[in-house]
Design a protein around this ligand. Structure first.
Ligand SMILES: Cc1cc2nc3c(=O)[nH]c(=O)nc-3n(C[C@H](O)[C@H](O)[C@H](O)COP(=O)(O)OP(=O)(O)OC[C@H]3O[C@@H](n4cnc5c(N)ncnc54)[C@H](O)[C@@H]3O)c2cc1C
Ligand SMILES: NC(=O)c1ccc[n+]([C@@H]2O[C@H](COP(=O)([O-])OP(=O)(O)OC[C@H]3O[C@@H](n4cnc5c(N)ncnc54)[C@H](OP(=O)(O)O)[C@@H]3O)[C@@H](O)[C@H]2O)c1
Ligand SMILES: Cc1cc2nc3c(=O)[nH]c(=O)nc-3n(C[C@H](O)[C@H](O)[C@H](O)COP(=O)(O)O)c2cc1C
Ligand SMILES: *[C@@H]1O[C@H](CO)[C@@H](O)[C@H](O)[C@H]1NC(C)=O
Ligand SMILES: *[C@@H]1O[C@H](CO)[C@@H](O)[C@H](O)[C@H]1NC(C)=O
Ligand SMILES: *[C@@H]1O[C@H](CO)[C@@H](O)[C@H](O)[C@H]1NC(C)=O
Ligand SMILES: *[C@@H]1O[C@H](CO)[C@@H](O)[C@H](O)[C@H]1NC(C)=O
Length: 683
């Protein structure tokens, strides 16, 4: 594409946006606020120095996006240390530089081993926090003789590139003469066995370690890495007390620098922006799908069409109250506590001082399914012998645990109270609760607006998660999606499924704000507007495509739409029930003219399931033609079934229309992916 065909103002705008985007707005930020680059818990990015200074003899490193690997890593480090008496630290892969990684065996006296827990994303890619480490593995790693390591990879076998991260770590490290202890462990979300996979990998690894490192095993007891102390000199009104602020800088901003940092950022995954919700509605009252618009003006936050918005949720009242009650904290839920680290390599991300109730509402993931691991480890604090007996029975038996706990949709508090027959767990140290329950993670949403048409407003499209547990009248509910639903219901004067504290700490979330940050994605429109695009996005998978189409409309209004066809395959249950943005599509079609085609598949309108891939097959000729013209192909939405079925459909279409062998069609799709012409945004 020649530059002179481009409107220069657009070019300048895009350039400015790109700079803001890739520097995460840091160029616009005040100098003081910039000093937020991450480093290890002891303050250094030098891994050998950190080990030397803290006297640690083993390190557990995690590559994690949604917190599973991180949670396992913390637990592994604690258990390893307590079983074998080896001082062990746990670290984020992003917290260290790897230039002297090779020196660990020679420079850290008595060093035992490194343990990796790494999740896989996208096309076999590492998590965001592991990118630098994988770069090191690929380019700079030379000789790791004398290093012992173990590895557990997390993934989902429904994805094409399963177990890629774990396999890569093992392959490279072994090539560089490091010694693998035990076997590569693999956790598979696709079979919903990640937890069990982890437990069996860990147990067999411990057996091997006993032999190969000749270590003595000790009785397993909780060794606190943090200490929780009540402070009766402070109250909730004391300015230093955190009541649920997303990070410490929000608690008591006093200096002008503090205020600048809060107003202008940089806002990122360590420091969210409190974005006002300027518009919110329920698009399909039968299923509840929320369209929300958030204002990011003045924040220096920039997004590009196709990026993700991260929302930092808090827990609903019902779950907070049940957890408080299970731990017998009702009478002192608002007592001020201070959280101290007892180990320089353990850092608590919870701003302190704070209160019991605050920790439970804002910082701990109390709501999802409870793991067998957690129940096993909480056994040491049972309120009575009957409970201990029950826990020993159930935590040692996978099938029983599945049947009585997992299949019942129980969360931590539900399970604790069920197992103790309602007796409160007065005896569990709160430090153990903080260390054993994963921290609340932000939830990602594909942005459904277009940067070109709304620069300062981010739209998202959120399906409310609430599922009945079969055979019971209980419901499991999703934390973030129900928070959005509660905001919608509140602003509409109706009632949602779960109620939240929408005021937030010190009224900071009032009417209505949400802590957010923006995550870059590679899911992007072609730069050349003459390139056709084919989009496949059933259900909420349509979110980024609404953004793409709005971008095309904006370009068309400026006379820059180009010649490329814009084809969208959309599917939902019924045209009258959950057809997202139903009234908007005809408007877009008017603006885009013949170039735009919306092809719908309604799965529950006839007695036969009609899915997007069926409609693709009906339109196979057109799809093949567009791909011949260089079309980009996009898939968004459900990863477990749809994305795979759509890829299969595309392969079949190639076989049919191009009269080639299936293997050649598979190769063609692979090439499209390599050329970035087949892009997926799936979850
Ligand atoms: C890159 C990316 C883009 C995404 N884009 C979108 C988008 O555009 N739109 C969208 O709607 N979603 C999107 N998602 C999914 C979204 O991030 C969330 O995962 C989703 O909204 C659910 O979050 P939640 O907090 O409501 O549920 P969570 O609290 O995370 O719960 C997850 C599920 O567990 C169930 N559950 C809760 N408790 C239990 C229990 N005790 N036992 C068993 N099950 C239980 C919940 O009902 C829910 O179904 C995207 C995800 C990714 C990774
Ligand atoms: N527990 C439940 O009842 C239940 C069921 C589905 C989804 N959900 C939740 O809803 C969330 C997502 O909702 P959503 O709106 O994005 O999607 P969705 O409504 O579940 O699906 C959108 C459309 O895709 C269809 N579909 C299902 N499987 C497909 C496949 N393999 N290939 C192509 N199309 C397929 C669906 O048909 P059909 O649904 O008619 O098959 C529907 O028409 C999920 O995260 C999930 O947790 C819950
Ligand atoms: C958006 C998304 C993409 C994923 N891509 C892959 C993949 O390509 N291959 C794979 O094996 N697993 C994939 N997974 C599954 C994760 O690796 C798995 O859920 C893992 O347990 C997450 O670990 P974490 O919570 O530590 O990030 C994906 C998960 C999500 C949410
Ligand atoms: C770590 O300690 C060892 C032995 O005490 C020493 O030889 C080495 O230089 C130290 N390395 C660093 C980076 O501190
Ligand atoms: C990893 O996944 C691939 C593809 O799913 C599979 O063929 C392979 O056996 C797996 N590797 C291991 C070590 O399990
Ligand atoms: C992974 O596997 C589960 C089945 O446990 C499936 O429901 C889910 O959609 C898959 N994908 C992700 C991203 O979890
Ligand atoms: C409240 O929600 C209903 C159903 O989604 C909608 O029809 C109505 O317009 C909303 N009212 C307000 C005031 O937003």
């Amino acid at each position: 594409m020649a530059i002179d065909t481009l409107d220069l103002t657009i070019l300048v705008a895009i350039l400015a946006a790109l700079i803001a985007y890739f520097t995460k707005g840091k160029l616009w930020a005040k100098g003081d606020a910039e000093d937020v680059s991450a480093s290890g818990a002891s303050g250094s990015r030098d891994i050998v120095l950190t080990l030397n200074e803290t006297g640690k003899k083993a390190i557990v490193l995690f590559g994690s996006q949604t917190g599973t690997a991180e949670d396992y890593a913390h637990k592994f480090a604690k258990e390893f240390q307590s079983r074998f008496g080896i001082p062990t630290m746990c670290g984020d892969l992003a917290d260290y530089d790897y230039d002297n990684f090779e020196k660990i065996p020679t420079q850290v006296p008595n060093f035992q081993m490194v343990i990796f827990l790494a999740a896989t994303y996208g096309e076999g890619d590492p998590t965001d926090n592991a990118i630098d480490f994988f770069e090191y593995l690929e380019n700079d790693c030379e000789d790791l003789s004398g290093l012992k390591f173990a590895c557990f990879g997390l993934g989902n076998s429904t994805y094409e590139f399963y177990n890629a991260s774990g396999k890569k770590v093992v392959k490279v490290l072994q090539e560089k003469n490091a010694e693998l202890i035990g076997e590569l462990g693999l956790g598979d979300d696709g079979k919903a066995t990640t937890d069990e996979d982890y437990l069996s990998w860990k147990d067999s690894l411990f057996e091997v370690i006993k032999d190969s490192l000749s270590l003595q095993e000790r009785d397993l007891e909780y060794e606190a890495g943090i200490e929780v102390i009540e402070d009766h000199t402070l109250t909730e009104d004391s300015p230093s007390v955190s009541l649920g602020e997303p990070d410490a800088s929000y608690v008591n901003p006093v200096t002008p620098e503090d205020k600048t940092y809060l107003e202008r950022g940089p806002f990122d995954n360590t420091h969210p922006f409190l974005a006002p919700v300027v518009s919110i509605r329920d698009m399909c009252p039968v299923r509840h799908c929320i369209h929300a618009e958030l204002d990011i003006s003045g924040s220096n936050l920039r997004y590009l069409t196709g990026d993700h918005l991260a929302i930092w949720p808090s827990n609903p009242d019902s779950k907070v109250n049940k957890m408080i009650s299970a731990l017998d904290l009702d009478s002192k839920k608002d007592t001020i506590i201070k959280i101290h680290s007892l180990d320089p390599t353990v850092r608590s991300l919870i701003p302190t001082p704070t209160t019991y109730a605050t920790v439970i509402r804002y910082y701990l993931e109390i709501s999802g399914p409870v793991s067998r691991q957690f129940i096993k480890s909480v056994a040491q604090f049972c309120p009575d012998d009957a409970t201990k007996g029950k826990i020993d029975e159930i935590s040692g038996n996978k099938e029983l645990f599945q049947k009585e706990i997992t299949d019942q949709g129980l969360n931590i508090a539900d399970a604790l109270l069920l197992l103790s027959h309602g007796v409160k767990w007065t005896t569990v140290p709160f430090a153990f609760i903080i260390e054993s329950i994963p921290h609340v993670q932000p939830r990602y949403y594909s942005i459904s607006s277009s940067f070109l048409s709304e620069k300062e407003t981010v739209h998202i499209t959120v399906m409310v998660e609430a599922n009945k547990v079969t055979g019971t009248d209980r419901m499991t509910t999703g934390v973030a999606s129900n928070l959005l639903y509660d905001i919608e219901a509140n602003s509409n004067g109706t009632k949602a499924i779960e109620s939240y504290n929408l005021e937030g700490p010190r009224g900071k979330f009032r009417k209505y704000r949400l802590p957010v940050h923006i995550r870059r994605s590679t899911f992007k429109l072609p730069t050349n507007q003459d390139t056709p695009i084919i989009m496949v996005g059933p259900g909420t998978g349509v979110a980024p495509f609404r953004g793409f189409v709005r971008e095309k409309v904006k370009l068309a209004e400026n006379g820059k739409a180009g010649k490329g066809d814009v084809v969208l395959f959309y599917g939902c249950r019924k045209s009258t029930e959950d057809f997202l943005y139903k009234s908007e599509w005809p408007e877009y079609a008017k603006k885009l003219g013949d170039k735009f085609t919306l092809i719908t598949a309604f799965s529950r309108e006839t007695d036969k399931k009609v899915y997007v891939q069926h409609k693709m097959r009906e339109n196979s000729k057109k799809i093949a033609e567009l791909l011949d013209q260089g079309a980009f192909f996009y898939v968004c939405g459900d990863a477990s079934g749809m994305a795979r079925d759509v890829q299969k459909a595309l392969i079949d279409i190639m076989v049919k229309e191009k009269e080639i062998l299936e293997d050649d069609a598979i190769e063609m799709v692979k090439q499209l992916k390599i050329q970035n012409r087949y892009q997926e945004d799936v979850w």
